[in-house]
Ligand binder design. Structure first.
Ligand SMILES: *Cc1c(COP(=O)(O)O)cnc(C)c1O
Length: 352
């Protein structure tokens, strides 16, 4: 091997969910929102002018950060935005997880966390979920270089109550605790009110799920002015212009329509609760999800076989080839009509 080849950085990348493209498909595999974004987003995009593209966007993302600050009742200097929350989380890992002690996260969780640890050479130690697939707060009461978990957790959908998160914070005054609230709008409890009390807490959210803007790539973090300043310093050392013009405008329009967010998430929650009933009647078992997906298993069928059969029928769900969860499928909540098609398929499949 040549020296330049020896010097190539080897990483095992995160594998995102497939983006199949069939006209008749039912796509329940990447937790996208089945409804369109707020109507104002469409209006803003229709008015956009390609001539403006020759100009760089605002590196400070002022308009969007101010709109997020207004919507969440914080200072603009407490808001950091990035190209999806993946970008925000990657910046957080790089900025804050610089200890020799391992950072802690659950064994079953967002599969990107260990990938960033390897990429940034951050030591980590996974904490097994209990047999009910719940996070055990006590597992996080030990010396560590930082803590990160989604709430609700993915792919289980289980939400940790704020009181349990507060316990974790109280046991970790020396560590940064990152709560990834990608799904919080579907029924979890946000840590937003705890930010006033804990300087070592940072909250991360995304426009990809509840705001139906996965294709626009917008995520944000809210924390103390000190932490957000540190994040900006790292961002400006990497790429000043992360947020493009259309994301700044569309994101601002979306965050200003709280009523639409409320209405569409309520609709998805209603469909989710109905789906729980129907799937339970069919014999599926699943944790009590507070997110826009269910993590299901069935005593009489192999999850991977079912996954393949669904795929044949152009119904796409997610299966993880990972030891403890190999017999589970993660099913995104779609429209009522999409779920009815899923139920019809499953009824026929289980009768076989
Ligand atoms: C979807 C998701 C994200 C990232 O979403 P972006 O599209 O990058 O904003 C982050 N964390 C969890 C747990 C997710 O499920």
């Amino acid at each position: 091997m040549k020296r330049f080849q020896q010097n190539i950085r080897k990483v095992v990348p995160y594998v995102p969910g497939d983006q199949p493209d069939f006209p008749d498909m039912i796509k329940l595999n990447t937790n996208e929102n089945p409804y369109p974004p707020a109507p104002e987003v469409q209006e803003v995009l229709a008015k956009s002018n390609a001539e403006q593209m020759r100009l760089y966007p605002d590196p400070t993302a002022h308009q969007l950060n101010a709109a997020i600050a207004e919507a969440y009742g914080v200072e603009e200097a407490q808001v950091f935005t990035g190209v999806g929350s993946d970008d925000v989380l990657a910046m957080i890992f790089q900025t804050f997880f610089n200890s020799d002690l391992p950072i802690l996260f659950p064994d079953i969780t967002y599969a990107f966390y260990p990938v960033w640890c390897d990429l940034f050479r951050i030591p980590y130690e996974v904490q097994p979920l209990n047999e009910k697939l719940e996070i055990v707060p006590e597992d996080y009461y030990k010396p560590n270089g930082g803590i990160v978990f989604p709430n609700p957790n993915a792919p289980t959908g289980i939400a940790l109550p704020s009181a349990a998160i507060e316990e974790i914070l109280q046991h970790n005054p020396e560590s940064l605790v990152v709560v990834d609230e990608a799904y919080v709008d579907f029924g979890g409890e946000t840590v937003l009110p705890l930010l006033k009390k804990y300087e070592n807490l940072i909250m991360v959210q995304t426009f990809s799920k509840s705001r139906a803007m996965a294709g626009e790539r917008i995520g944000f973090a809210i924390g103390s002015v000190e932490l957000i300043k540190a994040l900006h310093d790292v961002k400006y050392s990497f790429n000043s212009y992360t947020m493009n013009r259309s994301a700044l405008d569309a994101g601002t329009a979306a965050v200003q329509n709280a009523a639409y967010l409320q209405e569409t998430t309520a609709r998805i929650v209603k469909t989710r609760e109905h789906t729980k009933q129907v799937l339970a009647e069919m014999g599926f078992r699943f944790p009590d999800s507070k997110s826009n997906f269910l993590f299901v298993t069935h005593p009489d069928c192999d999850a991977h076989e079912l996954f393949e059969a669904l795929r044949e029928a152009h119904i796409f769900v997610r299966w993880f080839d990972s030891p403890r969860i190999r017999n589970y499928l993660r099913i995104t909540i779609g429209t009522d009509a999409q779920m009815e098609s899923l139920f019809a398929f499953l009824r026929a499949y289980l009768k076989k």
